[in-house]
Ligand binder design. Structure first.
Ligand code: PLP
Length: 811
């Protein structure tokens, strides 16, 4: 291939004139519209194609460089990538916004309007998927040759709507209006097998006679790094039938059944399971996991063999990261490929596996670590079951030979003879196992993987999560970006720790004024969104108190709602007091089958209805639950937040990343000592964060000793009043008993210790009221949050993975 010829590809230029000409060209010849009849969507597609061309130039150069230099590559396997919109991200990374703006102005178009045409690729549930997306950005920024591998779900996470305050789920359709960012790769197609039986021929040949086969087809999306210096690939797999149509059935008039196999095959990449903790639709979910893992491993081995000829050196050129246990079947699949296809011995193959794979743990809840019934597993993946039995047997023998006082049952992959434990499989098959915050890693060593930690004391490492500063400050917060660039320059964009230079301006009157003005502008923008979506007017000078994340009992939106009601009651009792006006802003989806979470959403909306229409309360308190929380909505809410709610039951949130995004954008945190809140507190200092509640040690002790929530409630008149109001139907006059299930949970079990933390949370919120009234001081503290959380860049996290786990260089 003549790579010199490529040097001239990028001659289209990024001037306004070139972009203007390119847009007309794309509009007419690619979209097929003339300018007079073009819709906003058409213009958006045209601009998208122009920007994409520039990305592609950088992308090809990067791929050729990696290929020619035979660099070690990182493969990030994740069931979820919550990438959001890519258009603005590419424009920002290539730094062509001014030219684009100028080009659009000649057509009377606003960039904002075009950007809003792009659908939000929601191929994930929450933090785990968003982490994968931030990591892709950082790997490009650090010029680490990498691929993200996942599933091209036809329907991503459902769209959330409220009907009478209840969550309604609608199918999401991100591909419907055309997705300009992906390239279909017809040549990258692999066969994936399921079911059937295994035969051995006595000559060492093993054959898998599958019952069902599908094709995995690749779709590539370029991920642009800062200034386009490097571009990596997100490769998503789509399932396709190996047989198109049963013609015999079709010709006999049986049209529906003729297409049956086709439909069955395509089901595998049809939908994202809207729950990242409990496996639903078990068999299909297992098939999804195997489908994308197998396709990814086959693909990376094929790529490896185009550059190297000895499969034994795989670990020198390939690192594979498993994001949670969803791709943990990679341990057995890589074994299968190395032994059955590449003819290595089991022992040699396992040595390669353990040097190539690593595993990131995201949860401590034992019930949330994936397990499969042996029966189901053997039915879907018969060869893998044999391989796992081999690994389990040999691992057990090794452990026994070491004569350590270790519980053998705890370190087995096949538990109680009846379940395959994917966490244990991932641990045993990995070079390194990492937690995602200092506290979480520590608890991992003490709880879920305690026995493994005794066996392999060097295997567990910590890599505290991070967020990309490009999307989560530079792109989403133009007013603050501008102020920072004027004041401390641009170093922080690619090196976020440099943002600490802003700390010197925390008491500078002029900087403070501009910082507050930036926040105010963002709050006005959010107030506009709230009015448009909810018909609710809010005062942009009020405290914007934000809790945005999946709705889950452990994240304790319920606690926030109880405090809202307590505040409401207090305001009604003494409206003449000098209240600090507050807007409570919620966003988040509940898994469709999670009844309690859906009730919590309904309660928040019911409370909103009563509070917002109460003339006694007026602007002192408003409640806004914005529907369909996703990356794009987060990008509008986060820059406008004054207060960040991070109030999970201590020990249950592995890290959190919403906490980092909000602090970086100048929100103060009210939170428990959980996940990365602990490390945020260490960096911003105790006077710039509001910590409350039980610690993880307290919680662990309560779990042993037991807890009497009823006594707590009865001893707290504020809380009693709140629960009485809910139970008597003050917020659900149409159905007074609607929330009896919810209140009963608090009285009878309260596993998440909402009642235990209520009082200290309520008190801390009054400290917040007080703190916010000192506007000048609050701004200083907000500045110190922005200035002191530079460490939480995902660039820093990825540097950690590169050095501690992958052994690859980063710039
Ligand atoms: C960052 C992010 C999350 C994770 O939020 P947490 O508060 O850490 O749970 C979830 N969803 C979206 C859309 C995000 O951007």
């Amino acid at each position: 291939m003549d790579t010199n010829a490529m040097k001239n590809w990028d001659d289209r230029g990024t001037t306004a004139e070139a972009i203007r000409a390119g847009m007309i060209d794309k509009l007419v010849y690619s979209v097929g519209k003339d300018p007079e009849h073009a819709t906003l969507q058409d213009w958006s597609t045209a601009l998208g194609l122009v920007v994409r061309d520039h990305v592609v130039d950088h992308w090809f150069r990067a791929s050729h460089r990696s290929h020619e230099e035979k660099k070690k590559r990182v493969y990030y396997l994740s069931m979820e990538f919550l990438i959001g919109r890519l258009f603005n991200d590419a424009i920002a990374n290539l730094q062509i916004e001014p030219a684009v703006q100028e080009a659009l102005s000649t057509y009377g178009l606003e960039l904002r309007d075009l950007l809003d045409q792009e659908s939000d690729a929601a191929l994930g549930n929450g933090g785990l998927g968003r982490l994968a997306a931030c990591f892709l950005d950082s790997m490009s920024r650090l010029e680490i040759p990498a691929f993200g591998y996942g599933i091209r779900y036809e329907h991503g996470l459902f769209r959330q709507r409220f009907h009478d305050g209840w969550q309604i789920e609608e199918a999401e359709d991100w591909l419907v209006s055309g997705h300009v960012w992906e390239f279909e790769r017809l040549e990258a197609r692999y066969t994936i097998k399921f079911g059937g039986h295994i035969s051995f021929d006595g000559q060492g040949n093993t054959k898998w006679h599958a019952e069902e086969t599908v094709f995995a087809m690749a779709y590539d999306t370029p991920i642009t790094g800062w200034q386009g210096k490097h571009v990596n690939t997100l490769r998503l797999w789509s399932s396709r039938p190996t047989e198109i149509l049963d013609l015999r059935r079709f010709n006999s008039g049986d049209y529906l059944n003729a297409a049956e196999k086709m439909i069955r095959a395509e089901t595998i990449s049809r939908v994202l399971y809207p729950d990242d903790t409990t496996p639903e639709g078990k068999e299909l979910r297992l098939k999804q996991e195997y489908f994308f893992t197998s396709a990814s491993l086959q693909d990376l081995i094929r790529r490896y063999l185009t550059e190297h000829d000895d499969i034994r050196h795989l670990p020198d050129f390939v690192s594979i990261q498993m994001n949670d246990t969803h791709p943990a079947i990679a341990v057995a699949e890589l074994m299968r490929l190395l032994t059955d296809e590449h003819r290595l011995s089991f022992v040699d193959a396992f040595d390669i596996v353990q040097k190539t794979l690593s595993y990131t743990n995201h949860t401590l809840l034992p019930e949330a670590l994936e397990r499969w019934h042996v029966g189901l597993f053997r039915k879907v993946l018969p060869r893998h079951m044999q391989i796992i039995e081999w690994i389990d047997f040999h691992h057990l023998a090794e452990v026994q030979s070491r004569n350590l006082a270790v519980s053998l049952e705890d370190v087995r992959i096949i538990g109680h003879g009846s379940e395959v434990r994917m966490g244990n499989l991932a641990f045993i098959g990995s070079k390194k196992v990492n937690g995602v915050s200092a506290l979480h890693t520590e608890l991992m060593k003490q709880t879920v993987f305690a026995e493994f930690h005794r066996l392999y004391p060097d295997r567990i490492v910590n890599e505290t999560n991070g967020i990309t500063p490009r999307r989560w400050l530079y792109e989403c917060n133009p007013p603050l970006r501008k102020l920072l660039m004027e004041t401390i320059g641009t170093d922080w964009i690619a090196n976020l720790e440099k943002i600490d230079a802003a700390a010197a301006f925390a008491t500078d009157a002029s900087f403070k004024e501009k910082f507050a003005a930036a926040k105010h502008a963002n709050k006005i923008r959010l107030a506009g969104v709230i009015e448009k979506k909810l018909g609710l007017r809010v005062d942009p000078t009020a405290l914007f108190d934000v809790q945005i994340k999946r709705i889950h009992e452990y994240k304790r939106q319920f606690l926030n709602i109880l405090e809202t009601i307590a505040l409401y009651q207090a305001i009604r009792r003494s409206p003449a007091n000098d209240w600090t006006p507050r807007v409570k802003i919620f966003g988040g989806k509940a898994a469709p089958g999670y009844h309690v979470a859906k009730q919590i959403i309904k309660l928040a909306n019911d409370v909103a209805k009563i509070v917002n229409s109460d003339p006694v309360v007026g602007d002192r308190l408003k409640v806004a639950f914005l529907p369909n929380y996703n990356v794009s909505l987060a990008e509008v809410i986060i820059p406008a937040a004054d207060l960040s709610e991070q109030i999970s039951t201590a020990g249950m949130e592995a890290s959190g990343t919403g906490n980092m995004k909000l602090a970086l954008n100048g929100a103060l945190t009210i939170g428990t000592l959980d996940g990365a809140n602990v490390e945020i507190g260490e960096r911003v200092g105790p006077e710039n964060i509001y910590i409350f509640g039980l610690t993880s040690e307290d919680v662990a002790e309560i779990r042993v000793k037991g807890y009497d929530s009823r006594a707590t409630i009865e001893g707290d008149p504020v809380l009693s009043d709140v629960l009485r109001a809910i139970a008597e139907g003050d917020f659900s006059p149409d159905d007074p008993s609607r929330y009896h299930d919810l209140t009963d949970i608090l009285y009878n079990s309260d596993y998440f210790l909402v009642t235990a933390d209520f009082q200290s949370y309520f008190q801390r919120q009054r400290d917040v009221d007080h703190g916010f009234r000192d506007t000048s001081r609050w701004t200083e503290r907000a500045i110190l949050n922005t200035a002191n959380v530079g460490w939480f860049s995902s660039d820093r996290t990825i540097r950690g993975y590169a050095a501690d786990i992958w052994n690859v260089p980063s710039v």
